[in-house]
Design a protein around this ligand. Structure first.
Ligand code: F0G
Length: 457
């Protein structure tokens, strides 16, 4: 008999978590104005708000923490990190930053100016924020397939080359670079194929434009290339990673995802002009060039994390857990963005809470229901997150309205996945009785989802 699949690690340290009663949760979520960002973590049983900075480090990473060099300038830990990044990506110049959005801030301070247009595949909100905040346009050129949650295609995160070429023709000189997010978080943790990266490169070369990868989950992307794309089954994750980055001019990285550290990020490139142009902003916003807002120990753990998480077994354990949860949801007929993504499942709330009108925010309503059901904290990636149109000030209801269940790396077991699936099934079973959603009582003008105050209808 073939042995079943199991994790490629064993557990050395645990953190107790606590269940709560429905009455407690009713009270807590009310006090939080029905916004899960306002809950205290102790009020949460299973926390799926993000996979960012919430992973569990290995014993090697913890050992590395003890060896961190905290020198202000020229720290040994910086060079460990830089050498690892160069080995994995081929990029020689590395600028450390405290997290991903800081890398965006530093690089875009040099590259983006008012009136520019930056085409890409579903820019992450902070990426978009750093572009729009400079009075430039983040132009989404994701393939249309990404909008149909039930369509099963292997690389749903891809850039649509036709849309990209149209943008290149239309905006010409206004385009400072193309950005490709691997994996595509907003479209559901969906990967981008190597062939697509090559197509983007070819178009970029034809129009004389550089390419940046937003690389937060690049290792998960490499896993999908290995397991789904023809010609890559025999290659190692590190070989695939190297090939991916050979198609880019530079990268921004949130190390809180695929380097499995709690804090950290960087920019890497082979373009000396970018390095020279951006480094001053690192000093101004982040810190000196050999720490950029990180501790020496953070950089040490980051280097080790990158090395370990570009090994197949670790990624396979991770992705198989997400796929395990997907299989459980399939058993119950719960609709989510198919196929299961790398870091999360995105439940299609408008297909679950069909009786809640869009003006009452179905995905946010489902987020609240799941919390009330079992103390599980997901997060709305939908109409509230979409903010209002800057000109008309109307809510933007044209995208997807999803409940994201992000799975932290190496934190929960499949028993927790079972709890999540059954809790969601219980909500799903009573979906016909859920006819009302929420109303906004107070909101910030931008990025309202973090602080919005809601009322239940
Ligand atoms: N790019 C992508 C694709 C991301 O998913 C994130 C963060 C960032 C950039 C910014 O990185 O948080 O280190 O500043 N995503 C988190 C999430 C917050 O929950 O998906 P950061």
């Amino acid at each position: 008999m073939e042995l079943p699949f199991a994790e490629s690690w064993k557990i050395k340290m645990v953190e107790p978590i606590r269940k709560s009663t429905r009455a407690e949760r009713e009270q807590w979520i009310k006090e939080a104005h029905y916004n899960v960002f306002q809950l205290r973590s102790e009020q949460v049983y299973i926390d799926l708000i993000t996979d960012s900075g919430t992973g569990s480090m290995t014993d090697r990473q913890w050992a590395g923490m003890m060896m961190g060099d905290e020198s202000y300038a020229g720290a040994r830990s910086f060079f460990h990190m830089k050498d690892m990044i160069t080995r994995l990506t081929g990029f020689q110049y590395v600028i450390p930053t405290h997290q991903g959005r800081a890398a965006e801030n530093v690089l875009f301070s040099y590259l983006v100016k008012a009136g520019d247009v930056v085409p890409g595949n579903s820019h992450f909100d902070t990426t978009k924020g750093h572009i729009e905040g400079r009075k430039a346009i983040a132009l989404d050129c994701t393939v249309d397939e990404a909008k149909d949650t039930q369509l099963e295609v292997p690389f749903k995160g891809n850039v649509d080359p036709k849309k990209l070429e149209k943008a290149l023709q239309e905006y010409g000189d206004r385009i400072p670079f193309i950005i490709v997010t691997i994996t595509n978080n907003t479209a559901g943790g969906q990967p981008v194929s190597m062939q697509n990266l090559r197509e983007v490169r070819a178009l970029a070369d034809r129009y004389g434009k550089p390419v940046v990868f937003d690389s937060a989950r690049f290792a998960e992307n490499a896993y999908f290339i290995k397991t789904r794309e023809e010609g890559y089954a025999g290659k190692t994750i590190k070989e695939i990673t190297r090939e991916m980055f050979s198609l880019a001019d530079g990268m921004t990285m949130s190390a809180k995802k695929d380097a499995i550290v709690n804090m950290g990020g960087f920019i890497a490139t082979n373009r000396q002009d970018w390095y020279e142009g951006a480094k001053g902003y690192c000093v101004q916003f982040e810190g000196y060039l050999t720490y950029g807002g990180m501790n020496g120990r953070d950089m040490e753990a980051l280097a080790i994390g990158l090395d370990e998480n570009t090994e197949f077994d670790n990624l396979e354990t991770r992705i198989k857990q997400v796929q395990y949860l997907a299989k459980r949801l399939d058993e119950f007929g719960i609709p989510y963005q198919r196929p299961a993504g790398g870091h999360a499942l995105f439940v299609d709330a408008t297909k679950v809470l069909t009786r809640v009108p869009k003006e009452e925010f179905p995905a946010q309503t489902l987020t609240i229901e799941l919390y009330l059901e079992a103390g599980i904290r997901g997060c709305e990636i939908g109409y509230i997150l979409a903010d209002r149109d800057p000109v008309t000030r109307e809510n933007r209801f044209n995208g997807l309205d999803l409940l994201r269940l992000a799975i932290p790396r190496r934190v929960y077991t499949n028993n927790h996945m079972d709890v999540i699936a059954v809790a969601l099934k219980n909500v799903f079973d009573r979906r016909e009785q859920i006819t009302h959603g929420v109303r906004i009582a107070w909101e910030a003008p931008l990025m309202r989802h973090f602080t919005v105050q809601l009322e239940r209808l």
